[in-house]
Write a protein that binds this ligand. Structure first.
Ligand SMILES: Nc1ncnc2c1ncn2[C@@H]1O[C@H](COP(=O)(O)OP(=O)(O)OP(=O)(O)O)[C@@H](O)[C@H]1O
Length: 183
């Protein structure tokens, strides 16, 4: 089973995925935590590197093939990355965060102004959620506003979702309050 942990850069995917892995591995031994950026970089699963944005243009057929070869359908696979919802997941966790917090977190990184702005805009415009809905008719989608939540709380919410399997999304809306950040 593939669980995609998706969301705008800086929202907390890697932090949540690592903690979720630690919790799930106590319950089942076939859990894998895969950081998409790491495997793309290590195994050259990209078409080219975008130097301006300091990111990879992913080669999706290669990446899909790599995942097929390195996992089995018995595995409980956490896919950590902002494109994980494009990798045939069984369920998708869309992490959301107040755009001002995204701005603050990304400003702490060595990101260009352009990259910060693009990502803040993506969060305001629900890009990961919309892509998840558009590309996954069969998958279950669960959206979590992480703004005032600890990592532990977020992991517990995800585990509860995995147990009860009830999709929920569409209740996070930044556009009205943070429209000014698009200008
Ligand atoms: N629930 C949380 N509460 C407070 N801080 C958090 C929380 N989740 C993550 N953080 C912090 O936010 C920062 C960004 O987190 P993280 O690297 O996990 O984001 P990401 O979504 O994986 O980013 P990227 O897509 O760029 O890899 C880190 O400094 C992390 O410690």
């Amino acid at each position: 089973m593939r669980i995609a942990i998706t969301g705008t850069p800086g929202v907390g995917k890697t932090t949540v995925s690592k903690n979720l892995f630690e919790k799930l591995i106590n319950l089942e031994n076939n859990v894998k935590n895969i950081n998409i950026t790491e495997i793309v970089s290590k195994n050259q699963l990209y078409i080219e590197k975008d130097d301006e944005m300091n990111s990879y243009v992913i080669d999706f057929p290669k990446l899909n093939n790599f995942l097929e070869l390195n996992t089995t359908c018995e595995d409980l696979i956490i896919l950590d990355g902002h494109v994980s919802h494009l990798l045939n997941p069984d369920c998708i966790i869309v992490l959301r965060l107040n755009p001002e917090r995204i701005f603050d977190r990304l400003s702490l990184r060595n990101y260009s102004e352009k990259k910060i702005k693009e990502n803040v805009e993506a969060e305001i415009l629900d890009v990961c959620l919309v892509e998840s809905i558009e590309n996954n008719v069969e998958s279950k989608i669960f959206e979590i506003d992480c703004t005032e939540k600890s990592v532990l709380d977020i992991c517990n919410i995800i585990i509860s979702f995995l147990e009860h399997n009830t999709p929920k999304y569409g209740n996070v809306s930044w556009l009205e309050d943070y429209f000014y950040m698009l200008e």
